[in-house]
Structure formats: C-alpha cells, structure tokens
Design a protein around this ligand. Structure first.
Ligand SMILES: *Cc1c(COP(=O)(O)O)cnc(C)c1O
Length: 400
C-alpha cells in the first residue's frame, strides 16, 4: 500500500471516560452492596427508580422502564404489543441486527420495507407492504438518527391500524418538528450500550404513554410482584391482568448501571450539542468533495450527529473497497454497508438468514455505496476536521 503523508491516530471505539460524579455514584452503590433494583433499604427509592423518573421527565413520556439492553426493550415492546409467534412485523431493510433479531426472538416474521437515498423509511413502500402483508405492527428503526416524515408515517399507520414501536437506539434526544423521537408511536425503545448516547456498558429504556403497555412491559422485564418499587410506572390497578398474563423475561436494570447513567442524563443535552458540532464539521467538508453524496437532514429534524453517513453513488464495489483501504491507511475507520459478508457491527439483510429472504432492490442499491463512521466525543473538533480531510483524500485517490 502506498504510504500516506497524514494519518489520524485516534481510536474510533474509544468513548470518553465517566465523570467523577458517575464514578462516585458507582462506588456508593458498590459500598452499599444493594445492586439489585429491588434490594432497597427502608425508605430508599433506589437508583433505578430515580433514573426511570428522570428519563421519563426528560423524554416527556408518561411512563419509563429501565431494562438490561436496547434489544431486550425491543423484545419486551413487541410482546407487550401482543406480537405472537408467526405474526408479521414490518421493519426497515436497512438497520442493525438487533432489530430483525428481536422480531425473530419473539417468533415473529420480519417484513422488510425499503429505504430512500437519505436512509429514511420509504413511506410508499411501507403503505404497499402494510397492504400486501397484513402486518399490524411496525418496528421502526430510526437508523443512524435519520427520521422519516413522522406525521405522514403516523397518518399511514393510524389509518391502517398499525401499531408503531420506535427503535430510538440512534435518536435519543432527536426531534421531529420539536417533538422528541419516541413520542410518536405506541412504545419507544432506547439503548444505553457503550456506543449509543449514554454509556452503561449495556442497558436500555422503554417509554410509553399507555398504562396497560407500561404494566405489561414491567412484568415482562422481571418485576415479579414488586412493580410498585418502580419510579415511573402506572398505578397498581394497571397491573390487574398483566401480573397474571405476562411471563417474566428477566431483563431488569441494576443499581450500578443506573447510578452511572443519572449523571450522564444530566449531561446529555450538552453532549448532543458537542456531537452536532463535530457532525457539522465533517458534513461540510464531505459536501464539498466531488463524488460524495451526503445525507440530507430535513429542516423538521433536530438530528443527533453521533455518527455520519455518506454515499459514493458513482463508485463500483471494487472502488468502495479501495476507499475503505485508503481511509484505513490514513487511520480512519469507515464502515461500508455494501460488503458481501457481515463485519463488526455492520450487516445487510441478505445475511440475516433467520429472516425470510426478500427482494429489496432500492435498499440494496443505496447500501452498495453507503459508508458510515462513528463520531465519538473523545475526538476533538480538530480531530474531526482532519478525519474529514483524510476521507476526502482517500475518495480523491480512488477516483483519480
Ligand atoms: C444498538 C442498537 C439496538 C440495540 O441495543 P443494545 O442495547 O445493544 O441491545 C437496537 N437497534 C439499533 C438500530 C441499534 O443500533
């Protein structure tokens, strides 16, 4: 490989260390020995219950349940919405494996919906697939933070009586016309896994305004009959049937993770602004580069730029692979969604063998030249400017 003049030396999977507040809160939980969310001293509310109440208030939902992971939140949401084995569930053809994985885990069958060039769900295809599949649930992935027209989406789904579950793993904090992502559908699921907008290693939230769904989800999460110890759940009457009907799927959040998430929630708005400053820097440079198609952010969307995507529409698969290599030689770790084999966190629908094979020509064409990169807050704005420059250099080298 030709040697390059400039190289970035940062680590694309390195998040920031946790704050002194978060570390102190974690130490206090460890010293108490009470790590289980229901293991409370007399009069103690508990870290998990406090986190649930704080996230509910921040999100602006009626109820919030903390769980072990975003993927578990998705499974619980599907079960709480009565998805049964053999049912069909609509979802994006372009997303990450936990989404079709959750559908499969509850025994349901994913019906894939196309995306458009700006990576949003294709609402015409959604309309057509609702009609052709008869599916009554949409698990909508706001993949990489790109929101589709949420008003039109809800109008289509409401008219067809399709229940919407929002996968907000990439849109914690994003808004559509001022309304938070997650507050459109029946239920929303969030992840606090290390690479998302808050970092507890693993973890997640489920939010909803429906008391019955919140009660079912809480029992599903493994509350036993201790659901009154929750911080942002419905009144005890809401559990009248759920406490007998719902199986315990043991997916509770523990006090240690909640303790380190609470200070992060307090810093989330600040961090969103920091991500967006980094995103804008990279975006502006990429926009100026010949051959690069950036992803258009609609003016109705308040985006959270914790990662960035772009396409190279004129490039062959060989050229895309060469761009990956030229960027890697410069220390820039790009992901490419056009690869034949799944790699790292990245996979394409043909490699999900647990989903019936489906013909998705538009999605395949878009993903064939689609690149993706994380923007961890451990990178400075100068780092981001250099990274953007190096990507453009790599693209230019392959194009010439
Ligand atoms: C990370 C992720 C999830 C699941 O989150 P985990 O907490 O890792 O289970 C769901 N959907 C998408 C799109 C994700 O990227």
């Amino acid at each position: 490989m030709a040697s390059v003049a400039r190289k970035f030396t940062g680590n694309f999977t390195q998040q920031e260390g946790l704050s002194a507040d978060a570390i102190a809160a974690a130490v206090a939980v460890l010293q108490s020995g009470r790590l289980h969310r229901y293991n409370l001293a007399p009069g103690e509310v508990g870290e998990v219950a406090q986190l649930e109440a704080e996230y509910r208030d921040w999100q602006g939902s009626k109820f919030c349940l903390a769980v072990t992971s975003g993927g578990q939140a998705l499974q619980i949401a599907l079960r709480a919405c009565d998805v049964a084995p053999g049912d069909k569930v609509l979802t994006n053809a372009y997303t990450l494996a936990p989404v079709p994985g959750a559908i499969r885990a509850v025994g349901a069958e994913a019906v894939l919906v196309e995306i458009d060039e700006n990576l949003r769900l294709d609402l015409d295809d959604l309309d057509a697939k609702i009609a052709s599949s008869g599916a009554r649930v949409l698990l909508l992935s706001h993949m990489r933070g790109h929101l589709c027209d949420m008003e039109r989406l809800m109008a289509i789904c409401d008219a067809a009586q399709v229940t919407v579950i929002e996968d907000c793993a990439h849109t914690m904090g994003a808004r559509w016309k001022g309304r938070r992502s997650g507050n459109f559908g029946k239920v929303a699921c969030f992840s606090t896994q290390t690479y998302k907008h808050m970092n507890s290693g693993e973890g997640g939230f489920l939010t909803t305004d429906a008391a019955a769904i919140a009660a079912r989800a809480t029992i599903l999460s493994g509350s036993y009959m201790l659901y009154e110890r929750h911080g942002a759940g419905p009144e005890p009457e809401a559990y009248a049937d759920a406490r007998y009907d719902m199986p315990n799927c043991s997916a509770r959040m523990d006090a240690l993770r909640a303790a380190i998430l609470r200070p992060q929630l307090a810093a989330l708005d600040t961090n969103i602004a920091r991500w967006n400053a980094r995103y804008a820097l990279v975006e502006n440079r990429l926009e100026a580069q010949d051959g690069v198609a950036t992803i258009k952010l609609p003016s109705a969307e308040a985006h959270v730029g914790s990662s960035i995507q772009f396409r190279l529409p004129g490039f062959t698969a060989g050229q895309c692979r060469a761009v990956l290599e030229a960027a890697a030689a410069r220390g820039v770790e790009l992901k490419w969604f056009g690869a034949k084999e799944p790699a790292g966190f990245t996979s394409a629908h043909p490699s999900w063998r647990y989903v019936p094979a489906q013909n998705m020509p538009a999605t395949d064409r878009i993903m064939a030249t689609l690149f993706d990169m994380r923007l961890p807050l451990s990178f400075s704005e100068d780092d981001c400017a250099l990274i953007a420059e190096l990507i453009c250099e790599a693209v230019g080298e392959v194009a010439s």
